[in-house]
Design a binder for this molecule. Structure first.
Ligand SMILES: Nc1ncnc2c1ncn2[C@@H]1O[C@H](COP(=O)(O)OP(=O)(O)OP(=O)(O)O)[C@@H](O)[C@H]1O
Length: 258
């Protein structure tokens, strides 16, 4: 495999009596689209939340770009180089699309978000460059025409694309997308697929949770399947699709197939 971007080993997480993750590990190579799938409640979001600093794991080791990182806070994780989107969109609803992307970019600037609020001299010097870059990113994800619209007025699909633009604004080593196709219609999914493909072609590395198995199988280089917090399969889409345990997990009683 090419250069490793993310290497996570032995991640466990317990919620009271529920073992949400048991010793889960993944290795993602540079330029890969890596899929995380599994039935409802399998532990996908918990895994995302652990690697992005929202949940403290009970165990596990984490390496990003060859260096250890501790996913202790969301801000530290963003600085280390992981950006994410959320299953339930989390935009600043009353801010414009452009401002939402600019906020993402401030992770990488000297003056930071406080500088943005206080409008210090050094902030103003950086602001124009940030604005230009944010506009480029809106064009890149295909919503440049809505730069000055409040985020809440955008369609669902466009809000998801805005979240991706905001994540890209941090110049991440890894971009983690939590169900980006959720709630999208067939046409929007085609556009999303093209966008993810383009992000990969432009040299980024992507971790994807997605319920749309067709989308995952068409896009991903490798896939991990979780079931009840355990990693039941890992491999190429073709390998995973023909795996007995995976077929059983998706068809087994108690789970809703997707
Ligand atoms: N904060 C929490 N407190 C207690 N239990 C939790 C918490 N977060 C998740 N869980 C439980 O952990 C298990 C895994 O949930 P998780 O949301 O990670 O699954 P998922 O694979 O993302 O599911 P879905 O596909 O439905 O989003 C579930 O049984 C869930 O109820």
């Amino acid at each position: 495999m090419s250069e490793t971007v993310l290497k996570v080993q032995g991640v466990s997480k317990r919620f009271g009596g529920l073992q949400a993750l048991s010793e889960v590990g993944i290795t993602i190579g540079k330029g890969q689209v890596y899929g995380l799938i599994g039935p409802n409640g399998a532990g996908k979001t918990t895994f995302f939340n652990v690697i992005t600093g929202l949940y403290t794991p009970d165990g596990g080791t984490f390496e990003l770009g060859g260096a250890p990182y501790q996913p202790t806070t969301v801000h530290e994780v963003a600085k280390a180089g992981i950006a994410r989107t959320f299953q339930n969109i989390r935009l600043f609803a009353e801010m414009t699309a452009l401002e939402n992307v600019m906020v993402g970019r401030h992770v990488r600037t000297q003056s930071g978000i406080l500088g943005a609020i206080l409008r210090t001299g050094s902030f103003k010097a950086e602001e124009e460059a940030i604005r230009v870059r944010a506009r480029e990113l809106l064009d890149y994800v295909g919503i440049g025409a809505y730069a000055d619209f409040k985020a809440r007025t955008l369609s669902y699909g466009d809000q998801r694309r805005l979240e991706i633009a905001r994540a890209l604004a941090t110049d991440p080593r890894l971009i983690a997308l939590d169900e980006p196709a959720a709630g999208m219609n067939a046409t929007e999914k085609v556009v999303l697929r093209e966008l993810i493909d383009r992000i990969r072609k432009d040299g980024r590395t992507i971790l994807l949770i997605e319920h749309d198995v067709k989308l995952v199988m068409g896009l991903c280089d490798r896939v991990t399947v979780l079931d009840y917090g355990k990693q039941i399969a890992e491999g190429t889409p073709a390998e995973v699709q023909s795996n007995e345990k995976v077929i059983e997990a998706y068809l087994g009683a108690g789970h809703k197939p997707h």
